[in-house]
Structure formats: structure tokens, C-alpha cells
Design a binder for this molecule. Structure first.
Ligand code: C5P
Length: 422
């Protein structure tokens, strides 16, 4: 997308260079518009070299191309990072005395401000009123982080880290995607009439009424898949396993809750009957406790206070729901079945090697592989995935991108697999 990165005159301007890199490395086209004051902190050569484009602060450069109007009109996203108190005041009052403020008046795309300043300036009622005005007009304002400021002082006012700003920008773009009242307006509703089932979240395998074996899946990616499908016109049933995130209630998504792998199997099997596409995004426990203890398991102590007997939990295999769907489909082309592979990679192979083997083993039409770990993917707002197709068409790598953007890429891949009768 075409991004305008506005930089105003604060010490945090140096962090905007990393944000710029983040955008360009993901293939976005970035025009940097620094203010005069910003150039005192980071010079024009840095912005020009990193963006691969000339930079200007005034409206008198390349006038034949009418930059004070064109740059804003052509943008898909404008982000101002850092946004100083002065810049916020100018934007709130509609001043246009340089290229950045003029761009802000002509932009009709999502606009994100990332304020950074000293705590007193941030908390001043004038700044807060300007922020409220900008938000009321639809701008996105990223809350400044708390922490060390320019000197030894600390408090709210720090520019958040570039990765966080990048995710906030993608979220702002996603949130602006046009939706009809039935959620069918996006991309002409290219999934209109398609019935899809998406499972999301992570299963919980109960040990007793209060304890369970679970996993770190938040359900964000699965919910994004359900929401984007609905936004593109599909009729969506979401089988929701213990989600940590809400599901938009304005898209007509039917939500069927399921707690354990066996619940999930029953729910998916029931709703998959008349589906065109089944996406198994849920993280399903491979094993469950063999015995469920109907009352809370007690810790019993010997008279001397030592542990008498730590219980041993015996596990049994859960059914593989995805493999079951593939087996039931047999040689029919319907429904399209999509699996996910959360891999860490190990001594037996890389994430991609393991995912290719899994695609062959499971027999689904598309396997979406991502790299996971305690700090990767689970609960995060961005994701990087590899789409591997069973029919041998070339794989696709998507990201790092918001989970909504990943969801759109997955649906683009699935759409091509749906038989032509649709
Ligand atoms: O074998 P693995 O658990 O890595 O496979 C992941 C894929 O298989 C996911 O699509 C997941 O939803 C599905 N799965 C399943 N039933 C299981 C385990 C995983 O459907 N018991």
C-alpha cells in the first residue's frame, strides 16, 4: 500500500526510521514527509535513502506535481510518528502551513497519530482536547508508552516501539475496510454464497471441575479468518474453543462454543455437513486425561508434611478431527479442507519441512504453516505464514502482517480451490 510517514520534530524521530524500514521491508511504498523541525533531529538524506524517494517539508518543491494535494489524496495510510504537541494542535485546528499538515487535510484514508512528548505536555488539557478532536474525526491515536523520556525523567509520553506502531497501522487499515450492513461489501463480496466453517482457539481437556490441560492459542487468527470471510460475503459458522478475543457481532457470524477436542469434533462434524469450506484453525490437544475426576483433586500430605503421592495423569489420544474430515470426504471435491500447522522446527527439520510432511500426512487441500513459540504468533497481532497447496501449485509466504491481512491471503488461496459451480 502507499504509506505517508509524517515525522514531526521530536527526539523520537529516530525511531521513525525503524518504522519506515518495517514498512519498506514488507513491500509497502512509503513517502516520508518530515517537518522542518523533524529535520533538525534526523536529516533528509536518511529519509531519502531509506524510502528510496526524495523528501520535502515545504509545499514549494516539485510544485508541478501539486504535492500538497496529491500525496494525501493518493495515500492508503498516513501515519505521523512521532506526533508532537504542536503537530497535534495544528492537525486539530486544520492548519496547513507545510507539506505534512496540508497532506493531513487532503488524506481520505486511515490516519494514525503516534504522539510522543514530555508527560506534562501530553497530559495538558489543550493536548488532550486536540487528541479528542482528532479521534472524533476518525483518526487513530496510539497511546504513548510510559517510561524513560529524553532526560532522566519518566512518565507517559514515549513513542511506542516501531513493531507496535506497525501493528497499530495495519489494524487501522483493517478497521477501515468497507463493510455493508450484511458485511458483504468488501471486494465485491467475492465469497458471497459460500458456506464456511472455521474452528478457532485452543481446546481444554478437563482433569477435574477446576483444572484442565490447555494451550496458548488466543483464537485471534481464527477469529480474523471468520470475520474476513463474513466481511467478504461468506456465511460463516465459527466453532469457538475458549477464545481470548471477542467476535464482531455485526457480521452475522454464527458462533458455536466447544471446550474440549471431543466437543470440537462433535460440533465440527455437525456443522461441516453442508459446508463448502472447513478451516481447522483451532489448536487441538492431541491427548486428554484418561479419567475425569468428578470432584476437585486434593493434594494429600503425609503426617511429616511431605507430599504423599503426587498424582500421575494418564493420557489417551484424541481423534484427529482434520484427518477425520478428509477421510469422510473420500474422493469427493467438496468441501475444501484447510489445516493449520503450528511448528517450532526441530532437529528433524525446519518449519517448512515439517509442514510439507504434515500436508502429505493429513491430506487436506491447503496447509497454513506458521512458526510458533512462547513469544511468536500466540496472542500476537501479527503473523507470518506459509500457504502450502496439495495440488502442487506454488506455495505463498504472507507477512509479517496483521492477522486480518493473513486471513485475507488465506481466503484468496481458498477461493481458487472452490469448485467453479460457485
Ligand atoms: O497434527 P497437528 O496437531 O500439528 O495438526 C494441526 C492441524 O490439525 C490443525 O488444523 C488442527 O486444527 C488439526 N487437528 C485436528 N485434530 C487434532 C489435532 C489437530 O483436527 N486432534
Amino acid at each position: 500500500m502507499r504509506v505517508v510517514l509524517g515525522v514531526s520534530g521530536g527526539i523520537a524521530a529516530y525511531k521513525a526510521a525503524s518504522l519506515l524500514r518495517r514498512f519498506t521491508e514488507s513491500g509497502h511504498d512509503v513517502t516520508v514527509v518530515p517537518t522542518e523541525a523533524a529535520l533538525r533531529f534526523v536529516g533528509a538524506p536518511t529519509w531519502a535513502a531509506l524510502s528510496g524517494k526524495p523528501v520535502a517539508s515545504d509545499v514549494w518543491t516539485a510544485v508541478d506535481r501539486v504535492p500538497h494535494v496529491r500525496i494525501g489524496q493518493d495515500a492508503d495510510l498516513v501515519v505521523v510518528a512521532p506526533a508532537t504537541a504542536d503537530l497535534l494542535a495544528k492537525a486539530a485546528t486544520g492548519q496547513a502551513d507545510d507539506l505534512l499538515t496540508a497532506t493531513l487535510l487532503t488524506a481520505r484514508c486511515p490516519v494514525v497519530f503516534a504522539p510522543a512528548m514530555h508527560t506534562e505536555m501530553w497530559l495538558h488539557p489543550a493536548t488532550q482536547a486536540n487528541v479528542a478532536t482528532l479521534k472524533a474525526r476518525g483518526a487513530h491515536v496510539v497511546e504513548p508508552a510510559s517510561g524513560r523520556l529524553t532526560g532522566a525523567d519518566t512518565g507517559p509520553g514515549r513513542l511506542p516501539e516501531p513493531e507496535e506502531l506497525y501493528a497499530a497501522c495495519l489494524a487501522a487499515v483493517d478497521a477501515s475496510a468497507p463493510l455493508g450492513s450484511d458485511g458483504a461489501a468488501v471486494r465485491g463480496g467475492d465469497l458471497h454464497g459460500i458456506r464456511v466453517v472455521v474452528s478457532a482457539g485452543g481446546t481444554r481437556e478437563a482433569l477435574d471441575p477446576v483444572r484442565f490441560l490447555g494451550n496458548r492459542s488466543s483464537g485471534k487468527q481464527g477469529v480474523a479468518l471468520a470475520e474476513r470471510a463474513a466481511a467478504r460475503g461468506a456465511q460463516v459458522t465459527l466453532v469457538a474453543c475458549n477464545l481470548a478475543v471477542p467476535v464482531r457481532d455485526d457480521l452475522g457470524i454464527r458462533v458455536v462454543p466447544a471446550e474440549s477436542a471431543l466437543d470440537l469434533q462433535e460440533a465440527v462434524t455437525t456443522v461441516a455437513g453442508d459446508a463448502d469450506v472447513v478451516v481447522m484453525c483451532a489448536a487441538v490437544a492431541d491427548f486428554r486425561p484418561k479419567h475425569y475426576v468428578a470432584s476437585k483433586i486434593k493434594k494429600t500430605h503425609a503426617a511429616d508434611g511431605s507430599d504423599q503421592a503426587a498424582p500421575t495423569i494418564e493420557l489417551v489420544r484424541n481423534p484427529d478431527i482434520l484427518a477425520g474430515l478428509v477421510a469422510r470426504r473420500g474422493s469427493a471435491a467438496h468441501p475444501v479442507i484447510v489445516g493449520f500447522a503450528a511448528e517450532t522446527g526441530d532437529e528433524s527439520g525446519s518449519v517448512l519441512d515439517l509442514a510439507r510432511a504434515k500436508l502429505a500426512r493429513k491430506g487436506c487441500d491447503l496447509l497454513v504453516a506458521n512458526e510458533v513459540g512462547a513469544t511468536k504468533t500466540f496472542g500476537q497481532d501479527t503473523n507470518t505464514v506459509h500457504l502450502l497447496f496439495r495440488d502442487g501449485r506454488p506455495g505463498v509466504t504472507v507477512g509479517p502482517a496483521s492477522k486480518a491481512a493473513v486471513a485475507d491471503a488465506v481466503w484468496d488461496g481458498i477461493r481458487d480451490l472452490i469448485p467453479a459451480s460457485h
